[in-house]
Design a protein around this ligand. Structure first.
Ligand code: FAD
Ligand code: N01
Length: 541
């Protein structure tokens, strides 16, 4: 930073707020800041809006929350005029929607692309953030009273440390940074590493093109069928006729989405009734399967009934019983994010698709032409890393954030610490959208993003109104909240798997359960904090 020329500093731009990231969070944050009459600038590393939907262009990428719910609700005009075409919108359609929002609310003039935020340093006097940007090979600094990290929970690809990966002479792709122009896999031998949601969505489509697909699986995942289809106009008309009531109902549901949540225990019903309920949800498709009984996420025995049901389904979908067994998880359903697929398991019945079980034969190295396992050399033309993300903390940790008492990375060395996932003690006027300790990835994320953005905007508005210049989370409130997040998680099945919710997918990352389980109590807590004059925060001028 010391290398920045003085004349550059003299011309330094100043904003009320800098927003990092132009996904759904950053775009809406900008809109709300402007409504407050504040000057704001969004900086985005990519060259367009949409975040997740800008980067994840792999075949089959689409949402698994129904389109009518996975959309903004802050503008009734917007939600009335936009027409989704399918039950689960494709990546191109969601990206088009993001661009439409940027047009409709004229966001473009205050967003700067191809610009990565490298650092943010708090200056005690005058109490502003000095933000370092990297843009087209140059470094620039701007100043802002507030910084909002709208950097995404799943925006930093997890690159596996496999010996020789950098020596591979064929084409190497990560699903999370898929080339914009697409990839033609015709006549290609493809090796896919990973079997999470991205792999499960893309493998059937890759198999439709490629000569061969070998799937390298470390841990199998449960997947339920999507039964995606064009949207029924009557259903759309019905939702649109009562959109705000529908959204309000969803705020009262555990995951903030309409999963037709049951209040019954899996043991309130007979075996036959339970199976009928699972069959019904399986036939309708989607994540609502997990809400068949209220105790599935909490009670091992209840969860075991769902496991048994899905295992039988996998056995019915995969012809070879040995292969079916390898594709079948032994963990609780849902403790890793449940996947939603179209023909995933059936794809393994095709003669040119095979599974390599890494528990039997781990990858030893990658050569120029092959993935080598303990007992075989798998010659491939293309390697697809479907290896996920450094979730929830990855993007913020890549920014050198320095508060009055030290760096955020030092503070988070043993795992992230934040109050409500909105702010972190020791870092005044720095906000997080869907940060650790918020429901974020355990909810329908678009509504959660809107709720966070509105909370932050209202907070800044309150500060403006009361001529307050600084807000900071209190350490005690933060500690209490983190203890509560863990207490709730420990009542559930979630900590029982090596999931990215726990940071378990990234080598060397601290094992800490990051999201908060329960949208309604979270909303209540956020409202209560405000009602008590920002309880747990210190505001000053
Ligand atoms: P993002 O969309 O991740 O945007 C963050 C942006 O910040 C990125 O564009 C990134 O480039 C930018 N950025 C990060 N660091 C910097 C920096 N230092 N400088 C400049 N720019 C930076 N959620 C659901 O609820 N339902 C779904 O169906 C669903 N499907 C998903 C499918 C996929 C393939 C993935 C990966 C995620 C999915 N999610 C889903 C989660 C999804 O991430 C959120 O729903 C939502 O899109 C997140 O929006 P965001 O703005 O918070 O973050
Ligand atoms: O990533 P993942 P993802 N060697 O972390 C494996 C959202 N999303 O991109 O389980 C071998 O789930 C890893 O194995 P293991 C959604 O929230 C939604 O698929 O760690 N394998 C795992 O199998 C989702 O949960 C949709 O043992 C390695 C896989 O790679 C989140 O994004 C679609 C490995 C990674 O799975 C992330 O999904 C896509 C290694 N070194 C994404 N490292 C929808 O459907 C990792 N793996 C809406």
């Amino acid at each position: 930073m010391g290398q920045v020329e003085e004349h550059e500093d003299a011309a330094r731009e100043q904003f009320d707020a800098v927003v990092v990231g132009a996904g759904f969070a950053g775009m809406y944050m900008l809109h709300r800041l402007r409504l407050l009459g504040l000057s704001a600038r969004v900086y985005e590393a990519g060259d367009g809006v949409g975040g997740t939907w800008f980067w994840n262009r792999y075949p089959g990428a689409r949402c698994d929350i129904p389109s009518m719910e996975y959309s903004y609700q802050f503008s009734d005009e917007l939600q009335q005029e936009w027409e989704w075409s399918e039950r689960y919108a494709t990546q191109p359609e969601i990206l088009k929607y993001a661009n439409h929002v940027a047009d409709r609310f004229n966001l473009w003039p205050d967003m700067q692309f191809n610009t990565r935020v490298m650092a943010a340093e708090y200056q005690a006097s005058p109490g502003t953030w000095l933000v370092t940007l990297a843009h087209e090979g140059t470094t620039e600094r701007v100043e802002a009273r507030f910084v909002v990290m709208a950097t995404g929970c799943l925006s930093v690809p997890n690159m596996p440390s496999i010996e020789g990966l950098d020596k591979f002479a064929g084409a190497l792709y990560h699903t999370g940074t898929w080339p914009r122009e697409g990839v033609d896999l015709t006549s290609k031998r493809v090796g896919v590493i990973g079997t999470g949601s991205s792999a499960i969505q893309s493998i059937p489509l890759m198999a439709a093109q490629a000569t061969s697909v070998e799937v390298f699986q470390r841990t199998p995942n449960y997947s339920v069928p999507a039964h995606n289809a064009p949207l029924d106009p009557d259903y759309v008309a019905d939702i649109k006729s009562r959109y705000s009531e529908y959204r309000a109902e969803n705020w009262q549901r555990g995951f903030g989405a309409d999963f037709r949540d049951s209040e019954r225990s899996a043991f309130d019903v007979t075996d036959a009734e339970r199976t009928a309920e699972y069959e019904d949800r399986w036939a309708r498709g989607g994540l609502a399967f997990l809400a068949a009984f209220a105790d599935l996420p909490f009670d091992d025995a209840a969860n075991a009934t769902a496991q048994a049901f899905i295992r039988e389904k996998i056995a019915g979908r995969v012809d070879d019983p040995d292969l079916a067994a390898k594709l079948t998880p032994s963990t609780p359903v849902g403790c890793k994010r449940l996947c939603v697929d179209t023909d995933y398991y059936e794809t393994f019945n095709e003669p040119h698709v095979s599974l390599v079980d890494l528990n039997e034969t781990p990858i030893t190295r990658v050569t120029a032409t092959a993935i080598e396992t303990a007992d075989h050399t798998h010659e491939v033309d293309v390697i697809v890393l479907a290896t996920g993300f450094d979730a929830m903390t990855g993007a913020v940790s890549k920014i050198d954030v320095r508060g009055p008492q030290g760096t955020l990375n030092d503070k988070w060395a043993q795992g992230p610490r934040a109050y409500l996932g909105l702010a972190t003690a020791g870092f005044p006027n720095l906000f997080l959208v869907t940060g650790p300790g918020s429901p974020s990835v355990l909810s329908n994320m678009l509504p959660s993003i809107e709720q966070h953005v509105e909370w932050i905007a209202d907070c800044i508005g309150y500060m403006e109104q009361h001529q307050l210049s600084s807000i900071e989370a209190d350490l005690e409130a933060e500690d209490n909240w983190i203890a509560h997040v863990n207490e709730v998680a420990d009542t559930s099945i979630y900590p029982k798997c090596n999931s990215w919710y726990l940071g378990a997918n990234v080598e060397g990352k601290s094992r800490v359960f990051m999201p908060y389980l329960g949208v309604p109590p979270y909303l209540e807590k956020c409202a209560d904090v405000v009602a008590r004059g920002y309880d747990g925060f210190t505001l000053s001028n």
